[in-house]
Structure formats: C-alpha cells, structure tokens
Design a protein around this ligand. Structure first.
Ligand code: PEP
Ligand code: MG
Length: 590
C-alpha cells in the first residue's frame, strides 16, 4: 500500500549538504544472462565462482536482516523473509541444482542459476498451492541476487533517472557511484554502507549529499516521492510537509552562499599565517576530473585512484589506452605534478574484467592492491609502462598502494627498471630519469616500519582511511561499526606521527591523502606533526586552505603536542573542534 504522509528516516550522514528532489528507486532485478558451456578444465573454477557468490549473497542477506531488525514493530515479516532467503542458500534444492548443472552439464554459473530458478518455479506452480506459489517468487528473488553478485552486470542504473533525482538503493558500490553524474543526480541514500567506503568518498568528491545505513528505506519510498536528504545529519524526509521544506530550502541557500565564499579563496596562496608554504593537491578518481581540480586551486594531483579506469567495463584498458589518458592528464596539469597510484582493486573495489582473480573470503585482507599487482605482473607492468611513458610529458610520481614490506617495494622497483628497458628497446619517448617511486602508508605494519621503508622509497603518501580501518579493525564500508571508525583515535595518530617523523629523518617528502586531509579541523594538528603536503577531494580544498592560512607553525606544534598527550577520543575531538586558537589563548592567560 502506498504511504502518503511525511515520513522520516535516519542513517549515517556520509557526504554533507542538502539534496531536495524526486526519488528514483533503483530496481536491481531483471538481468540478461548469457549461457555457454564451460571448458572441462574450468569447471572447478566455475564452481568456486558460484560458491564465492553464494557466500557474498549470504553476507548481504545477513546485513539486510540485521538492518531490518532495527526497524520499529511491524517489520517482523521482512526479517522472516530474509531469514527464509538465507535458508535457500544452504544445502537447498536451489544450490544443489546449480552445482549439478555446472558439474554435469558444464553450464556457466549465472545461467545454471537461471535454469534452476525456472525449474523450481515450474515445480512449485505444478503443486497448485498458494504458499508454494509465493515461495516461487522468493526463489526468483534470491536467484536474481546471486546472479547479480556473479555478473556485476554492466549497466548504468542512473541513466534513466530524471534530472534532479535523489537516488534510493539498497547499496551503491564504488563502481556505481563513479557512474553518477552530479548534473543529473542531486544526492543519494542507501540501506547499506559506511562513511568511509569508496562510494561515500565518491559522493564527497562529486559534492553529492548522501546518507547510508538506513533501515526500511527501499520499502518506504517510491519513485517520484519528493525527498530531502540531509547528508550532514543522515536524515531523509519523504513527502515533506511545507515546514520541513521551507527549513531545508533555507539551509540549501545558505550552503550555496558558503560554497561561493570559499570558492573565492581559489587564488589565495596556501601559506600559514607565519609564512610557511603548504602544498594542497587533489585526489582524483578519473583523469578527466583534472580540470575541475585545477579550477578549485589544486597545486597538482596528490592521488589518482587508477582503479576507477578499470571499473564499469567488460575488458581491461591496455598500456596504450592507459598511457593516452595519463599523458592527457599530465598535459592538462600544465607543469603541476601528478601522483599516479597503481591499481588498488580488491576489498570493496572490484573491476568486472578481473573476475574472481580479486575475490577472496576476507577481501580487505586478501589479494588487494599491490599484492594482486605482484601476483599478476602483466597488469602491473602495463601500468608501470604507461606511467613511465606519460612521465616524459610532465612531472609524474608513481605510488604503490597497500605496501607492507621492503621486499615489495624492491620488487616493484625492479619491475619498473625492467619496464624502462623494454620501452627503450621499443624506442618510445621516455623521461630522462625514472620517476619517483613511493609507498602508500596505510597498513599499521608499514607505518611501524616507516624507517626501513623510507630507505627504499622516494616519497610516502599516508592513507589515513585504510590506516584507520586496519589499526582499529573496523571495516570502513560497514555502517554497523561506523561509530567505531575514528581517524583521530590515539593509535592512528601515533602511526601518522611516526610516519611523518620517519620521512623527515630520511629526508623524503610525505603527504597525507586520506579523507582526514580534507577535514579543516585536522589541518592544525597535521601541520603540527610536520605535514606540509595534503591531498584531498577538490571540493574540500578551499575550507582546508582557509584553516591553514589562519594557523602559525609554532601554534600548530603546541596544539599537536597537546592532542598527542591525550588518550580519550572524545576529548581529542572536543579539542579539535575548538581549534588551536583557543589553545594558545589559554596558554597566554595561564
Ligand atoms: C586511504 O586508504 O586513505 C587512501 C587514500 O586510499 P583509498 O581510500 O583509495 O583506499
Ligand atoms: Mg587506501
């Protein structure tokens, strides 16, 4: 039954700002499934692929069930249904039937599921029982979910969304978020997802207000319903009454005025109040965003997440294609430096064409980033070659993600040298010297070994997002533990402090490119710890610059000392909110 009155939901605010517009609810069913015969030698692999999708589907259903349990009374049916769905995925006719199709008939997994759904539906229908007829729909729903997880179907779910829409979905993957066009979409809200997942990062990069982790959202909203999403508080108001609309329209107008004010800082130099120049660079997901970054006043690109060039396509970009887009990026930057990171797939970021290569039971700890690169060197070599060639057209640095050991950096450097030799033999244009090679410091072990890594790295880039995730054992994309995710936890701050100090000792540059770099409240603390290079979503640049120009280095050092002496996370946050000015005033009075 259609709900008519105003209704409000609350989740996590993951990307600030107000979005007002009609809902566009994403329907994730109805995929086209190709069928083919799997070669005999590939049957085992196909079975494994099916089992990985099975486990993933079970995890999703558990998460959805957990969410549904937090709904007010009356939602028990949803919980029971999800429980029944989960039951269909273990030891069931559905699972056995699919396994049989793959093993005996050598049918590819998605088509095997499709066949089994059809067979089960037919047998339920033949029993002429209303209860079983309903189960037929359920089998279809579960099967579609399985197929979706197997195929990661190429389609742009937002292509049909009318201009100004607010997207509502169960989940938005980083690859989905990369397809959102901020000129058409005004914001989004989802049932699943945490604040530091890459979909949330993309939302902030695109300036799209977003809220995640909202139970009951998809059931409570229909396409066309008017919505307000407050990406700061995480509130979503459906079919708002006039009072709420007026309030949020005013906020929206205020937000636009503030954005305009901050934009006027574009040409103000990033210098502390006592004259220390600070490098403020931009994080990019796609090379084509470079112009917007320069427009926002970025001194260069501190992080290009190249994995987004691999998403939403059925094939892999080859060396030539990668070279062309990097060369264009470097040229568009007109002498400003670009730091290009090698592929960081695995974890929550998946590239369709890599299939199950990057799948593991525990993805965040599995074959992610440089681990995959060194295991599948063809991919890494093509990237290194493309980067080397692009470095002939402007300043470029190569950054390696998820480094945990000195040996990995040595292996990568060796591959870079070999790539250069191959390119020399091909006679292509190359830079006069190898570009600087650096490591992301985003695993606690790497931070603790920063002194040793500094000997084999030309620079460091601290990834505070993963450093927080791995130090505190908090899945950065999981809304259920999002309240425990805290980059200002003393343990994370100590690792950042140690890494910056190790870089200074070794005399190599160090930047920070996690979301913390874009938080104006973190600026004085990071300056005080010795950081001089920040890289962030372009939209964050003006606010951080504003904070930097109001801070003097000795004041920042005193502030950082005070923060580092604290052990209570809430107190640290309180102090960061007050800022260094307050701190110095107190000292003067005392
Ligand atoms: C990080 O981990 O802080 C980082 C910048 O890398 P990503 O967010 O792409 O994992
Ligand atoms: Mg990272």
């Amino acid at each position: 039954m259609r709900n008519e009155g105003e209704q409000s939901f609350r989740g996590l605010g993951v990307s600030g700002g107000i979005a007002i517009g009609p809902a566009y609810v994403i329907d994730q069913t109805g995929l086209l499934v190709p069928e083919y015969v799997v070669p005999a030698a590939q049957v085992e692999k196909e079975l494994k692929r099916f089992h990985v999708a099975l486990a993933k589907t079970q995890r999703q259903l558990s998460q959805l069930k957990h969410k549904a349990q937090t709904l007010p009374a009356g939602a028990e049916d949803i919980v029971l249904l999800l429980e029944a769905y989960k039951g269909m995925l273990s030891g069931s006719r559905l699972v056995r039937g699919v396994e049989e199709q793959i093993e005996k008939n050598r049918i590819n997994a998605p088509a095997a599921i499709q066949r089994q759904i059809t067979a089960l539906k037919a047998s339920f229908a033949a029993m002429d029982d209303p209860y079983l007829a309903a189960r037929a729909t359920d089998v279809g729903e579960v099967g579609q979910r399985l197929i979706r997880n197997l195929m990661r179907q190429q389609y742009n779910p937002f292509a049909e969304a009318p201009e100004g829409s607010v997207i509502i979905a169960e989940e938005i993957t980083p690859a989905d978020a990369a397809l959102m066009n901020p000129e058409r979409v005004t914001g989004f809200a989802t049932v699943l997802g945490g604040a530091e997942g890459h979909a949330a990062i993309m939302a902030r990069a695109l300036g799209l207000p977003a809220a995640t982790g909202i139970a009951g959202l998809v059931e409570g909203i229909q396409t066309g319903d008017l919505l307000i999403v407050d990406g700061g508080s995480g509130e979503v108001i459906v079919r708002p009454k006039e009072a709420a609309l007026q309030h949020y329209r005013q906020e929206l107008a205020e937000q636009k005025r503030e954005t305009k004010r901050l934009k006027s800082l574009r040409n103000v130099p990033a210098v502390t109040s006592d004259g220390t120049p600070i490098t403020l660079q931009a994080n990019l997901e796609l090379p084509r965003e470079a112009e917007a970054a320069v427009d926002a006043g970025a001194a260069g690109i501190g992080l290009l997440r190249t994995e987004f060039m691999f998403m939403n396509r059925p094939d892999l970009p080859d060396e030539e294609e990668q070279f062309e887009s990097l060369r264009k990026l470097v040229q568009d930057l007109d002498g400003r430096p670009a730091t290009i990171r090698t592929l960081d797939v695995g974890g929550e970021k998946l590239a369709t064409a890599l299939g199950e290569e990057a799948e593991s039971a525990n993805p965040a700890l599995g074959l992610r980033a440089i681990r995959l690169g060194l295991k599948e060197p063809k991919l890494l070599d093509a990237q290194l070659a493309a980067m080397l060639r692009a470095a002939a057209y402007g300043p470029l640095r190569i950054l390696i993600p998820m480094v945990s050991s000195v040996a990995q950096m040595k292996q990568v450097r060796e591959r870079l040298v070999q790539a250069e030799r191959r390119l020399q033999r091909r006679g292509v244009k190359l830079p006069s010297a190898l570009p600087p090679l650096g490591a992301m410091i985003e695993i606690p072990g790497a931070a603790l070994a920063a002194d040793a890594l500094a000997k084999v790295c030309d620079f460091f880039a601290i990834g505070s997002n993963d450093l927080t995730q791995y130090t505190l054992a908090i899945d950065r994309g999981d809304d259920q533990v999002a309240d425990l995710y805290d980059p200002f936890h003393p343990a994370v701050l100590r690792l950042i402090q140690f890494t910056i100090a190790a870089a200074w000792r070794a005399n190599i540059p160090v930047s920070l490119c996690g979301e913390m770099a874009g938080d104006p409240q973190a600026a004085a603390l990071l300056l005080g710890l010795g950081l001089r290079e920040f890289s962030m979503a372009p939209l964050r640049l003006p606010a951080v610059k504003n904070a930097i120009t109001q801070t003097a280095i000795p004041q920042a050092v005193a502030f950082a000392e005070k923060v580092m002496s604290m052990t209570d996370e809430a107190e640290i946050k309180g102090l960061l909110q007050k800022g260094p000015q307050q701190q110095v005033e107190k000292r003067k009075r005392g």
